[in-house]
Design a binder for this molecule. Structure first.
Ligand code: V47
Length: 358
């Protein structure tokens, strides 16, 4: 209530407390101070250019080896065509993430971004996780900075928050030992922020992580944000076990609504320097995402259109929602829908078209 920064011990105590309503009420108080009754959403489309991946992360059901059933890689023309599908709602963002392909050169990704920008100049391109950027640096022998500069020059608008999973090394090794570690993940985001690119940050929860791991993760993000102020949003990602190696091993139960709401509320309270906390309806379900709007979340993400990462891992939610459905969820939670672009500027629609306001 005093706006004081919470400590590591505070964070652990919040995760351990069963008093969800008090924690949610406190998080809602913080959220209302920042955003009033406004709830943000956007009209976006996800594009996953390839699911072929050299890593075999045990948490993932999306990645495939090149010759495995269901492996795909979009030729550039196909990616451009896919981008245009579902165009009627005047998408303001393409969110592009994919596997670490063994053969595609870095130039493919530069051409993908440049080609999309040429065809859809008004659409913001939020693309690639820190893990992908680090991989492009490895295959091209360019530095993180050079990779990001080339992509920015081609039209990249911001980078995606995926691949963060859990930073704590012992847990990280068990769920995704093929991925870059926390230091490299944070270094890619620091470099992006230094180049004027904003980004988001995620945390994967609901697997084998401890409460201490979660708090450590939030505090590392908070530390980088103190330095750069480049993160716009934090998104807690609920682990979906189906079709994953990790899920097979430990016979996971899906997280409960209680844990999901707590993940949102504790993030809002710990991340005092993050403007936005997003309830990603695709993974939480529209129902829980809606309730979370009174537990600290101020953003419900977007129309998405086509989703593969969670649906390969057993998500039963629809793959997309239209504007009207998102607006209804927000209004029924007693809040004002606010259509945003990727950078949280207001978007208005009229007969004349889509307008973005500073
Ligand atoms: O990095 C993969 C996660 C992420 C599973 O930046 C899984 O606004 C649960 O980053 N169960 C990719 N999660 C998606 C992502 C994202 C999504 C929405 C918004 C934003 C944003 C970013 O999905 C991966 C990983 O953390 N993931 N497999 C799984 N089985």
């Amino acid at each position: 209530m005093e706006g004081e920064r919470l400590s590591f011990e505070d964070g652990v105590a919040l995760y351990r407390s069963p008093d969800l309503l008090t924690i949610g009420w406190l998080a809602h108080h913080v959220r209302e101070k920042l955003h009033g009754h406004r709830t943000y959403f956007n009209v976006n489309r996800h594009i996953n250019p390839t699911n072929v991946c050299v890593a075999s992360c045990r948490l993932c059901a999306f990645g495939r080896k090149p010759d495995a059933a269901g492996a795909y890689t979009m030729a550039l023309d196909e990616a451009f065509r896919t981008a245009g599908l579902g165009w009627s709602e005047a998408v303001t963002e393409f969110h592009i993430v994919g596997g670490l392909h063994p053969d595609l050169p870095f130039q493919y990704y530069v051409d993908l971004i440049r080609g999309l920008k040429e065809r859809f100049p008004a659409v913001h391109l939020k693309a690639f996780t820190a893990v992908e950027i680090a991989y492009y640096s490895q295959i091209s022998r360019l530095t993180y900075r050079e990779v990001l500069e080339q992509l920015k020059d081609a039209g990249l608008g911001s980078i995606s928050g995926g691949g963060a999973e859990i930073f704590a090394p012992a847990t990280r090794r068990k769920i995704c030992d093929h991925k870059i570690g926390a230091t490299a993940w944070l270094r890619v985001h620091r470099t992006a922020h230094q180049l004027g690119l904003h980004s988001t940050a995620t945390m994967l929860y609901g697997h084998i992580e401890s409460d201490e791991d979660r708090v450590d993760h939030l505090m590392q993000l908070r530390g980088l944000q103190d330095e750069t102020r480049g993160f716009m949003t934090f998104i807690p990602l609920k682990f979906h076990p189906a079709n994953t190696e990790l899920g097979k091993d430990i016979n996971f139960q899906d997280t409960t609504g209680f844990t999901d709401l707590k993940a949102i509320a504790v993030a809002r309270l710990m991340l005092d320097n993050f403007p936005h906390i997003k309830a990603y309806w695709i993974m939480l379900t529209p129902r829980v995402a809606q309730v979370s709007l009174r537990f600290g979340a101020d953003d419900i993400d977007g129309t998405v259109v086509e989703e593969k990462i969670y649906h390969d891992a057993g998500a039963t939610t629809p793959q997309g929602m239209n504007r009207e459905q998102l607006i209804r969820l927000i209004r029924e939670a007693g809040q004002e829908p606010f259509e945003r672009d990727t950078l949280y500027r207001s978007v208005t629609r009229s007969e004349a078209g889509v307008m973005v306001h500073a």
